[in-house]
Design a protein around this ligand. Structure first.
Ligand code: NAD
Length: 507
């Protein structure tokens, strides 16, 4: 009996114990052991059950609450149990199998109908962002998320033999996904996490339930067609904060990945588990007098309006030296900026888009279109309006808080050093993203060193840092707080050393 057959036998027997409790689990082990009599089998089952829940260890193999193969389970407990078993089976798949499954996920989401469908659904369900940019983001997630090639083995050879350092699966990953990039994050995380040999339990934002479940279903259908173990990618039918808490607290989850705001990042980091936190940003764009101002204006408007400013990397405030401020604003207006000057309208905008405390955005306006926001003020803007520009003081709430809507405050400063200093302040130590438009290499270097962001884009739109029009791979989980940076398959793996003593070196 080979490993795959053994894993299948385990699955078959365990599926008959769907109503069992922990007391009857050993019965299952012994039945399987009798059936096949192998030590290997015992080890596999023991491992599976050791990681299984204290009650109903095998209930998720065939959950009555969901259609077979769609990956959505009625409870988090069942979803996790299914992912645990899937991971045990996945260990027995070859690297070629993994590569096939990863390619399968890419293929699903690169079909025009699927790409268009999920992009439209995401906008309609969340009420955020715009269709054309979601298409781009989903496409780039499917195309440019690294796969197995990211897992480069290290080798050391010498008189003492050969030592390999390999990227190995963490096990079962719990991934908490945001409402701002719901589908992109599921595509991106699924590819990276499966490439590294893990299974994954998604806990999506409740506001993006339907489109998230649809993505998980599409992945499951494709993986089933390719002969992958069932339930490598699962979720719950009713995403909720409670379900996310259950995911975080479940001992069967080996790693947590949170892509979202400060609260969820802090929660996973305090969980006692290995956690990757991809948190909030407030990316400043600095423009100095040496920049190509016309290009800077175009890039800032494009970056700021990309998916209606939802990406965590998108320009959230502009800091410009006095000498070129007027010309920059003039050029931004030509590129789709609408300058709001009327003081009363600005006050109305503040009370419209900020929450009651003025400490952040009103969710109702997150990811909305610039013209829609202006319409609420009774302003009818030209059709090509992409961004609302407002000149503000440096301590205005629009500057200090991450708004995630195309409302862009512009702050004037005396010189580039002051601009860099202010950019560092308003980035709040998030270590997320910053943008600078300048041809002064010394000042570019100074800003990069002082601001310490994970992404620093020079002379381009922010999204170039995501691999859209810039070199480098794509990710939608940018882990500043925990330091993995632009995550990829290796971020979801642990390194293991394999040592052959006094042999296999051929020099
Ligand atoms: P959010 O923090 O409201 O939600 C993110 C996820 O966490 C959701 O699944 C939500 O259900 C869950 N969640 C939130 N608070 C929770 C709590 N107290 N307990 C349990 N679960 C909780 O964020 P959002 O509005 O969906 O996304 C926008 C935020 O995410 C922004 O701050 C943005 O900068 C950030 N973000 C960061 C990255 C990155 O890669 N660094 C990517 C996308 C979004």
């Amino acid at each position: 009996m080979n490993d795959i057959e053994i894993a299948q036998a385990v699955s078959n027997v365990l599926s008959r114990f769907t109503k069992t409790t922990s007391d009857t689990a050993p019965e299952a082990v012994s039945e399987i052991a009798q059936a096949t009599g192998g030590d290997t089998l015992d080890a596999i089952v023991a491992r599976a059950l050791a990681q299984a829940p204290s009650k109903a260890p095998a209930t998720a193999v065939q959950s009555p609450a969901c259609e077979a193969g769609n990956g959505a389970f009625a409870s988090m407990d069942e979803a996790i149990a299914a992912a645990v078993l899937a991971q045990v089976q996945y260990r027995h798949c070859s690297m070629q199998d993994r590569a096939t499954f990863v390619q399968g996920i890419r293929d699903v989401f690169l079909q025009d109908a699927v790409l268009q469908g999920i992009s439209r659904m995401a906008v309609e369900e969340t009420g955020m962002g715009n269709y054309a940019d979601k298409l781009t983001k989903n496409r780039v997630a499917a195309q440019k998320t690294p796969g197995l090639e990211d897992l480069v083995t290290g080798a050391l050879s010498g008189d003492s033999g050969l030592t390999l350092t390999e990227f190995s699966a963490y096990g079962v990953i719990g991934s908490i996904t945001p409402t701002t990039n719901p589908t992109e994050t599921i595509i991106n995380n699924s590819i990276g996490m499966l490439a590294a040999g893990n299974s994954v339990v998604f806990s999506p934002h409740p506001r993006s339930r339907n489109v998230s479940l649809y993505c998980v279903e599409l992945i499951n259908q494709k993986l089933a067609a390719l002969g992958a173990p069932a339930n490598l990618v699962v979720t719950v039918t009713q995403p909720s904060i409670d379900n996310t808490r259950s995911l975080i607290n479940d001992p069967r989850i080996n790693m947590l990945v949170a892509t979202g705001g400060p609260a969820i990042v802090k929660t996973v980091m305090s969980s006692g588990k290995k956690a990757i936190g991809a948190g909030a940003g407030n990316p400043p764009a600095v423009v100095d007098e040496t920049a190509d101002i016309e290009k800077a204006a175009r890039d800032i408007i494009r970056g700021c309006s990309f998916d209606n400013n939802l990406p965590c990397v998108a320009e959230k405030e502009v800091i410009v030296v006095n000498q070129v401020a007027d010309y920059l604003i003039h050029c931004m207006k030509k590129s789709g900026g609408y300058l709001l000057c009327d003081k009363q309208l600005i006050r109305q905008l503040e009370s419209l888009v900020l929450n009651e405390k003025g400490s952040g955005p009103d969710t109702a306006f997150v990811g909305k279109d610039a013209r829609y926001i202006l319409q609420q003020l009774g302003v009818s803007a030209p059709e090509d309006t992409k961004v609302i520009l407002i000149e503000t003081e440096k301590n205005h709430p629009f500057v200090l808080h991450e708004l995630m809507m195309p409302v862009l405050p512009v702050v004037r400063v005396d010189n580039v050093d002051e601009a860099i200093e202010l950019a560092v302040q308003v980035e709040h130590g998030n270590r997320h993203t910053a943008i600078m438009h300048s041809t002064n290499v010394e000042k570019l270097t100074k800003m990069a060193r002082q601001i310490q962001t994970t992404i620093f884009v020079k002379n381009g739109p922010s999204y170039a840092g995501l691999g859209v029009g810039g070199e480098g791979h794509a990710t939608f989980t940018i882990a500043g707080p925990t330091g993995e940076g632009l995550t990829s398959a290796r971020s979801f793996a642990r390194t293991r050393r394999c040592v052959m003593v006094e042999a296999l070196n051929v020099r």
